[in-house]
Ligand binder design. Structure first.
Ligand SMILES: [Zn+2]
Length: 314
């Protein structure tokens, strides 16, 4: 099975620069699909540069309608249209986005070559917005100046690991396959031959959560409990906490506190204000609270399966 990759497309708060794009994260190999989370200005450039494929991009999740989180959709949608995309696209977002994009397409008299389905995400309650046999996506409210949601993507069932030793070498492969799926092996008369718990151990479910933009909000602790990787915005440092509170953003210390309280395995910080040219200070501040901190960088790729099995920072 191909590993699940998270690719960072944009890391800047509010405004892009020569060096940084605004928010965008790409998940690859979910049911052989790619999913995009937030789509700041010009995100199609790092999307195509760092492995995005418009024939695989199937779902886009938007957190809120501040421009640095969705305005790149217009360019991306038009480019995929011009490249001849046929695959339907589903966009999940708080209310209002469908009207904006529909008006833009109407103004240019564009009849897209593919269908876009809009899913309006409830803004003030926990809700499942997508589910299939392998993945569930839950949206939850964040604390920002306008209605904003976070997303948690959780693997529904992870295959068990077979515990092989000299005594298990005679177990037929077909039995092993069934036990890895969590099944006990019974004889024809119903007696138990192998109990799967004796020969396999379940792997922890892989999960990823996205929290941007938000002020420090302890509701997140419940929503993101024991997540494999928590992406949490860290627009500011503690030295500018007054500014963070005023603008409903978080500091690196606050993001690390949330990661620690929800029992996340790893923390990915992003959405950095332009006022800090040296980003290593975010790591220093967060690592005082939480041990495994990644600083988002355009083009950075994280193997979520590997992170799920490791306990500390690679
Ligand atoms: Zn915002």
């Amino acid at each position: 099975m191909n590993p699940i990759w998270l690719t960072v497309l944009g890391t800047a708060a509010a405004v892009p620069s020569f060096e940084y794009y605004t928010s965008g994260l790409l998940l690859s190999n979910l049911n052989d699909e790619q999913w995009l989370i937030d789509c700041g200005e010009g995100i199609q450039v790092p999307f195509f540069r760092y492995g995005g494929n418009y024939n695989k991009l199937r779902r886009i999740f938007i957190s809120h309608l501040h421009a640095d989180h969705y305005i790149g959709l217009v360019g991306l949608i038009m480019s995929m249209h011009m490249h001849g995309r046929k695959l339907p696209l589903t966009i999940y977002a708080p209310h209002g986005l469908a009207e904006i994009l529909t008006a833009i397409l109407r103004a240019s008299d564009t009849q897209l070559k593919y269908a876009i389905e809009y899913y309006t995400v409830p803004e003030d309650t926990l809700s499942t917005v997508y589910k299939d046999s392998r993945w569930e996506v839950v949206a939850f409210p964040l604390k920002h100046r306008i209605p904003t949601v976070g997303y948690r993507i959780t693997q529904i069932q992870q295959e068990r690991r077979f515990l092989a030793n000299e005594h298990t070498s005679s177990i037929p492969f077909e039995y092993i396959r069934r036990m890895k799926a969590g099944e006990n092996i019974l004889a024809e008369d119903g007696t138990l031959l192998y109990h799967c718990d004796d020969y396999t151990e379940p792997l922890p479910k892989l999960s990823f959560a996205y929290c941007s933009d938000t002020a420090y909000d302890e509701r997140i602790i419940e929503y993101c409990k024991e997540v494999t990787l928590l992406y949490h915005e860290a627009t500011f440092l503690e030295q500018d906490r007054v500014l963070a509170e005023k603008t409903f953003h978080s500091t690196a210390q606050e993001a690390a506190t949330i990661a620690q309280k929800c029992g996340a395995k790893h923390l990915l910080l992003g959405h950095f204000s332009y006022r800090y040219p040296n980003r290593s200070v975010f790591r220093e501040e967060a690592e005082r609270i939480f041990p495994s901190v990644y600083i988002a960088k355009e083009g950075m790729q994280l193997n979520l399966n590997q992170l799920n099995h490791s306990k500390t920072h690679a």
